[in-house]
Design a protein around this ligand. Structure first.
Ligand code: FPP
Length: 253
């Protein structure tokens, strides 16, 4: 049934079994540690990002096989522009490389590609590759693979407030009592998606770094020690198993 299970059957049968009836609908990942991975190998940082892109392919396949509905990956933050030009330019080229080599498989696997973030600020070539992928996968209804590119949680919230205020001004009958969490959520870049049940951050760092700060309010957090380029399909499965052992109470008892 599952290729990732078959391939490493003995390992996956160790310990608790994965409950296929309690797979998170939406997983968000902060893919951290590319630079350190490269440094450990005395390679330039961009090699780490290249290897990180290969990991995205593996984890996308696994997520699709596990019937996860939404996978959101933090690829570039609004703060990442402060990195050296060479690194920024390289990361900006990665979606083009990724989609050139992987789009046919995404289409074949019924994956829909989407983005959140201020993508209009990306280089033209990157925008075009992303737009093509979105258009060619728009009808797919398997996994939705969402890249957060030039994304920042605070900037997203400010942007939503601006849009909401604009709509309020346009409607003389607008009553501020109508502003509640549901309405506000409809202005976020993630309006079409459920909140992630699970956040994974690799590389051992334990912070949110301005990622989905509204949407992760009630999510389970797993901080994994592996660097992103080393993260494997079975690490994702182990994270889901850990998630399944947690009790989500949403503020109740
Ligand atoms: C964090 O590691 C990683 C990033 C800022 C970039 C992540 C980008 C990719 C994995 C590729 C994107 C590809 C596509 C297809 C959109 P870091 O550089 O901060 O690592 P460090 O903390 O070890 O220095």
């Amino acid at each position: 049934m599952f290729k990732i299970f078959k391939r490493k059957e003995t390992k996956i049968n160790n310990g608790d079994a994965l409950n296929l009836h309690n797979i998170p609908e939406h997983i968000a990942i902060i893919m951290d540690g590319n630079g350190r991975w490269a440094k450990q190998r005395k390679m330039p940082r961009i090699k780490g990002h290249y290897q990180g892109m290969q990991t995205i392919k593996k984890i996308t396949r696994a997520a699709s096989e596990l019937n996860i509905k939404y996978l959101t990956l933090y690829a570039f933050s609004t703060e990442n522009w402060s990195r050296p030009n060479e690194e920024v330019n390289y990361i900006m080229g990665l979606p083009v490389n990724f989609l050139n080599s992987f789009l046919p498989e995404l289409i074949e696997k019924n994956v829909r590609v989407e983005t959140i973030g201020f993508t209009e600020k990306l280089p033209q070539q990157t925008i075009e590759a992303i737009e093509e992928a979105k258009a060619k996968t728009a009808q797919n209804d398997g996994l939705t693979l969402i890249f957060a590119i030039n994304y920042g949680g605070r900037a997203e919230i400010i942007n939503s407030v601006k849009q909401l205020t604009k709509d309020m001004r346009r409607d003389p009958h607008f009553d501020e009592k109508a502003i509640d969490e549901t309405l506000f959520q409809s202005y976020l870049m993630t309006a079409q998606y459920p909140d992630p049940e699970l956040l994974i951050r690799t590389s051992g760092e334990q912070r949110l770094s301005n990622f989905l700060i509204w949407q992760l309010s009630y999510s389970e957090f797993i901080f994994h020690d592996k660097l992103w380029p080393d993260f494997e399909e079975l690490d994702l499965v182990e994270c889901i198993k850990t998630y399944q052992l947690r009790q989500r109470r949403f503020g109740g008892l």
